[in-house]
Design a protein around this ligand. Structure first.
Ligand code: HEC
Length: 153
C-alpha cells in the first residue's frame, strides 16, 4: 500500500517536472524567423479536420515520413531512437504540451515542415518526403495530440 502511494507521488512529480520542461521559454520561442512570421501566420490549413484527413496524417507520421522515430507514438517527443540525455541539441517537440499547441498556428507548423528547425535534428520534409498537401494532413494529425493530453489527465 505504502509502496503504491510512493509510486503515485513519484509519478506525479515526474509529470509535473515534464510539464515544467514543456512550458520552457526555449520551446515556445517561435521557430519562424521574425521577418517571415506575420506572413506565415496568415497561412491556413486548406484541409478540414475530418477523420479521413486525420487518418491520412497519422499514416504519414507513423509511416513514410517517420516522424514517429523522434516524436514517439504518443507524440511526446521521446521516440524509440531518442532517450533523454542522449541527443545533442533540443529534444523533439512534445506535441501534447497545451501551451506549445496554443502558441503555434498551423502555418508555423507547415513552415517547419518546409524549412526544418536550424541547428536541430528537425529537418525539412517538404518537398523531398512529403508533398505540401500531405504536410497539411500531418499538421491536422499533430493537433490531435493536444486532445490526447486532456484525456490523460
Ligand atoms: C530525426 C528526428 C526527427 C524527426 C524524424 C522528425 N522530427 Fe520534428 N523535431 C525534432 C526536433 C529535435 C525538434 C525540436 C526542434 C526545435 O526545438 O527547434 C522537432 C520539432 C518539430 C516541430 C515543432 C517546431 C516548433 O515550431 O516548435 C514540429 C511541428 C515537428 N517537429 C514536426 C515533425 C513532423 C511532422 C515530422 C515527420 C514529418 C518530424 N517532425 C520528424 C526531431 C525530429
Amino acid at each position: 500500500m505504502r509502496v503504491t502511494r510512493l509510486m503515485v507521488i513519484v509519478t506525479t512529480m515526474g509529470l509535473l517536472g515534464l510539464q515544467a520542461f514543456a512550458a520552457d521559454e526555449a520551446v515556445l520561442r517561435p521557430r519562424v524567423p521574425s521577418d517571415q512570421i506575420d506572413q506565415v501566420r496568415t497561412w491556413t490549413n486548406p484541409l478540414p479536420a475530418t477523420p479521413d484527413i486525420i487518418e491520412k496524417g497519422k499514416q504519414l507520421f507513423h509511416g513514410k515520413a517517420f516522424c514517429v522515430t523522434c516524436h514517439g507514438k504518443d507524440g511526446r517527443g521521446l521516440g524509440k531512437d531518442i532517450e533523454p540525455g542522449t541527443v545533442r541539441g533540443p529534444l523533439p517537440r512534445d506535441f501534447t504540451d497545451p501551451q506549445w499547441q496554443a502558441a503555434r498556428t498551423d502555418g508555423e507548423l507547415l513552415w517547419v515542415l518546409k524549412n526544418g528547425s536550424k541547428g536541430t535534428a528537425m529537418a525539412p520534409f517538404v518537398p523531398l518526403i512529403l508533398t505540401e498537401e500531405e504536410a497539411w494532413q500531418v499538421v491536422r494529425y499533430l493537433r490531435t495530440f493536444a486532445e490526447k493530453h486532456e484525456d490523460a489527465l
